[in-house]
Design a protein around this ligand. Structure first.
Ligand SMILES: [Zn+2]
Length: 428
C-alpha cells in the first residue's frame, strides 16, 4: 500500500495538469473575436433567447488562460464547446438589465425583449454554443438554447462600424493580459471631447486612489473612446428631456429617477467594436445624480455630479467584480429580488445558506451572527443583517461598505478580495 499511494498521487496530479492544459488558446482560437447578438425576451414567469446575428470583430482582448473562470457569477452563463470533441472551451457569466426588469411590477402583465451581446475569442473550428439562465428556485443553471456556429460561414458578418478616436489614458501593456477598461462618451457633442477627456482623467485619478485598484494600477489599460452625440446628456423622461446619443442612455429606469442605464446593449458594443475591451464605463455628460452597473455588461455614471467619483467606484464594483448592493434602506422598484432559500452568487452578500463559500474563513473567531453594529468600529468585519434591498435574511460584511453608501472609506475586505480576483482573471 505504501508503494501504491504515491503513484496514485502522481496520476492525479498528472490528470489535473492534463485537463487544464487541454484548453490551449491557440488550439481553438484566433486573435479576433466572435460577437453574438441575441434577444432576451419574456416576462416575470419565463424568458427565451433568440439569436439575431453573428459577427467577426478585430480584437480579442480578454483572457487567454482563464477560458473557464474559477468563479460562477451572473444570472446567465454562456458556454462554447468544440463541436468535434465536445470539449468546453469557453465560459462567460453575465447579468443583464432585462433580468432586473423581470423583477418589476410591469413584468407581471406584459412581455418585453432586450437586445444583448456576448463576445468570445474567434473559433478556428465549428463550435456549439449554449446559453443558460440561473434558476431562481435553486440557483442552478438551466439550458435556454444551443446553436452550432461554423466560423467559416459566409453569414458571419465582417462589416465594419463607425470607428471613433480614442486616447489611451493609462498604458499598462498588451491587452491580452491586462484589464482593458474603456470609458465611452455619452451625451458629449463633438465639440465637447476635450471636456470628455478631462472628465475621464478625473474619474481615472479617483479610481486609482482606491484599494484594491491603487495597488494594481499596473494591471490596467484605460481608454477613452470619443463617441459623439448630437445633443447633451442622457434622456431624462421625468423632465421631458430627450437627447440624441449613440447608446440611448436614460434616467428613470423602471421609474427610479437616479437609475441611469441603457437597454440597448447592441448600441454600447457597437461603440467599442474595434477597441480592446474587458470592461465598459459609459460616462454621461450631465450633473444630475445617477448611475447603474450590471455584471459583465457595463457601468454608468454622471460626469458632473458632486458624487460622480463615488458613484463610479460603486457601479464599477457591480459591473467588473459582480458585487451586490449591500444597502437595504432605500426605495427600489424590485419585488423579491433575492430568494432567501438560495445563496446569492454575489460574493459580498449572503443568505447564510452556504456561508462557507463566502467570507466565513475571513471572520475573527466567535463573531456573533448577526453581528450587532458597533459605531465605534464601523469597519469591523462581521455578518451584519440587511443587504440586497432586504432588511431581513440577507447579510453584509461590514456596516458601511462602498456597496452600501457613498463613502470615502471604500470597500469592505470582502469586496476588495472579490475585485482582486476579478483582476486576476484577466491578468494571470
Ligand atoms: Zn463590501
Amino acid at each position: 500500500m505504501k508503494r501504491i499511494l504515491p503513484l496514485i498521487l502522481i496520476i492525479c496530479a498528472f490528470l489535473t495538469a492534463e485537463s487544464k492544459a487541454q484548453i490551449r488558446y491557440d488550439d481553438y482560437f484566433t486573435s479576433k473575436s466572435l460577437r453574438i447578438d441575441f434577444l432576451l425576451a419574456g416576462d416575470c414567469s419565463y424568458q427565451k433567447v433568440f439569436i439575431d446575428k453573428y459577427s467577426e470583430e478585430p480584437i480579442w482582448a480578454g483572457t487567454r488562460t482563464n477560458l473557464i473562470p474559477s468563479f460562477e457569477y451572473g444570472e446567465y452563463q454562456f458556454r462554447a464547446y468544440d463541436k468535434a470533441s465536445g470539449t468546453e472551451i469557453f465560459r462567460y457569466g453575465f447579468s443583464t438589465l432585462f433580468m432586473e426588469w423581470r423583477s418589476t411590477l410591469e413584468a407581471k402583465s406584459v412581455p418585453r425583449a432586450y437586445p444583448q451581446v456576448v463576445t468570445m475569442p474567434y473559433p478556428k473550428n465549428t463550435i456549439e454554443v449554449e446559453f443558460f439562465e440561473r434558476n431562481k428556485a435553486d440557483g442552478k443553471w438551466v439550458s435556454m438554447l444551443k446553436s452550432t456556429i461554423d466560423p467559416a460561414s459566409m453569414f458571419i458578418s465582417k462589416e465594419s462600424k463607425a470607428s471613433y478616436p480614442r486616447v489611451k489614458i493609462v498604458d499598462g501593456g498588451t491587452p491580452e493580459n491586462k484589464v482593458d477598461m474603456v470609458f465611452v462618451a455619452e451625451g458629449y457633442t463633438k465639440d465637447q471631447m476635450a471636456k470628455f477627456e478631462k472628465d475621464v482623467r478625473f474619474m481615472v485619478d479617483y479610481f486609482f486612489q482606491r484599494e484594491p485598484y491603487k495597488s494594481r494600477k499596473g494591471d490596467f489599460n484605460v481608454w477613452a473612446v470619443m463617441s459623439p452625440s448630437e445633443s447633451v446628456g442622457p434622456d431624462n423622461p421625468g423632465k421631458n428631456y430627450w437627447s440624441r446619443t449613440p447608446m440611448a442612455s436614460t434616467f428613470y429606469t423602471f421609474g427610479t429617477d437616479r437609475y441611469l442605464t441603457t437597454s440597448d446593449y447592441k448600441a454600447v458594443r457597437d461603440v467599442v467594436w474595434d477597441v480592446p475591451t474587458d470592461a465598459i464605463f459609459i460616462l454621461t455628460n450631465t450633473e444630475v445624480y445617477g448611475g447603474g452597473g450590471i455584471y459583465n455588461y457595463y457601468a454608468m455614471a454622471s460626469s458632473d455630479n458632486r458624487y460622480r467619483g463615488e458613484v463610479m467606484i460603486h457601479e464599477f464594483g457591480h459591473s467588473f467584480a459582480g458585487l451586490g448592493d449591500e444597502y437595504f434602506d432605500s426605495e427600489t422598484a424590485y419585488e423579491d429580488f433575492y430568494n432567501l432559500k438560495v445563496e446569492p452568487w454575489e460574493p459580498n452578500i449572503t443568505t447564510l445558506v452556504n456561508f462557507g463559500a463566502k467570507w466565513k474563513n475571513m471572520l475573527p473567531a466567535n463573531t456573533p451572527i448577526p453581528t450587532p453594529v458597533d459605531l465605534t468600529q464601523p469597519r469591523k468585519l462581521g455578518v451584519y443583517e440587511g443587504g440586497g434591498y432586504m432588511s431581513k435574511g440577507i447579510y453584509r460584511p461590514i456596516d458601511k461598505c462602498q456597496m452600501r453608501v457613498n463613502t470615502k472609506d471604500g470597500f469592505c475586505p470582502v469586496c476588495q478580495q472579490a475585485i482582486s480576483n476579478a483582476i486576476d482573471y484577466f491578468v494571470k
